[in-house]
Design a protein around this ligand. Sequence first.
Ligand code: KIV
Ligand code: ZN
Length: 527
Amino acid sequence: MTEASKSPQAKAPQDRVLIFDTTLRDGEQSPGATMSHAEKLEIAALLDEMGVDIIEAGFPIASEGDFEAVRDIAKLSKQAVICGLARANPTDIDRAWEAVKHARRPRIHTFIGTSPLHRDITALDQDGMAERIHQTVSHARNLCDNVQWSPMDATRTEHDYLCRVIEIAIKAGATTINIPDTVGYTAPVESANLIRMLRARVPGADEIVFATHCHNDLGMATANALAAVEAGARQIECTINGLGERAGNTALEEVVMAMRVRNDIMPYHTGIDTTKIMQASRMVATVSGFPVQYNKAIVGKNAFAHESGIHQDGVLKNAETFEIMRPEDIGLTDTNLVMGKHSGRAALRAKLSELGYELGDNQLKDVFVRFKALADRKKEIYDDDLIALMADSTTNAAHDTIQVKFLRVICGTEAPQSADLTLTIDGKDHQVTAQGDGPVDATFNAVKALFPHDAKLALYQVHAVTEGTDAQATVSVRMEEAGRIVTGQSSDTDTVVASAKAYVNALNKLLLRRTKQDPDSNLQSVS
Ligand code: KIV
Ligand code: ZN
């Protein structure tokens, strides 16, 4: 038996639900969520370590960068099945195989839109599409013995036709059939009924795994996925923090914790080490530039915060009065006052390890320098400060094309405000003084003068990391250029410095995106 054929579904017990994470594919398609090669590898390693069964690592035909990311994730994978997405044509499928074949356990995932709307777009009638499905799934199966097939927009496809094409895909060798709710249109009862109907009607349904892939346009992605599981689906497709196009995908942390906390009524289990959830959430929020909303279930800053006196009193006496799960179950440690400028390297390493960051000696050396600089400016350093510091180390790397070297800003009641800025661009220093309407505007004008570009600023956002006037600020900057959207992020005790670095971080990501070439505009519509 090959490694590939030992796919998780082969011997899975009836109550085992496979977790298919598509943060690096569907999540990354979210406008502005572009991730670098190194960031994708880091996320994939953590997903593998936390027990994700299948990692959809990307869309190899989309660009050289996507191909290389999937290939390298495949090479470095340990336990997880590594999956690459392909449209229903041999060129896409071959490219996906070239990338995933390096994995111990590769999977090809091929799809085509089967609803009337999608059949119109592809100009195929029902028979023509059925023939295409037979050919492409057979082609994929000749390359790889683990093949997933998706009828995109399944929830808006006529039931008779859906049964017909799924039967064809199973006969052609698909081992997983995914049922996408591509536009987030379904509701829990319908999601369950659809899976039940398919299991009852499609010949060969017992031989394969049904997967559920839900989008959150009506806020029901988690409920729809769990309803599908009730009805017999045994693979949930999801992303960390629910990242994804439009309103996003089913959130991994929500379905995993729901099945764990309410195992009495949802008696299923996953292979996820839930204590890694917070670390994964922070990492994805940082590299995607999509901060997690404060009241987000499971991973939001307020998910375990008890503001009212009655709640605080209850939780202190017995945590179960107002907490249905323990913070430590998802890897959340107490937000204590942690360190100050006299803390040493060993203490920093221990604290970071508690927060889920395991650093090598060289990395620790760099982070320690940044930590000392922060401790000089800020007396009390909290967990959230260290998390922001680690995020900044990830997003603002020493090898970036553009780096902020020096910034001095004059601001106050008398206009004009001005910024004296030095950027290092491709290893050479460039200096300018620019004016603007306020310190941030002057700084951004200075960046534009040194590195001219047409990208438009689409969003500028500031969050305080902790409380107090010496708190660090995390700044997010979203930029748009010719349909490409990127988000940059940085933290500093000086809001204007954080703004300059976030802007430069966005520009570095834009440079990366410019090197990506979409084979055709249709790729933009895959969600
Ligand atoms: O939402 C969707 O239909 C998708 C498919 C490519 C599976 O992401
Ligand atoms: Zn999708």
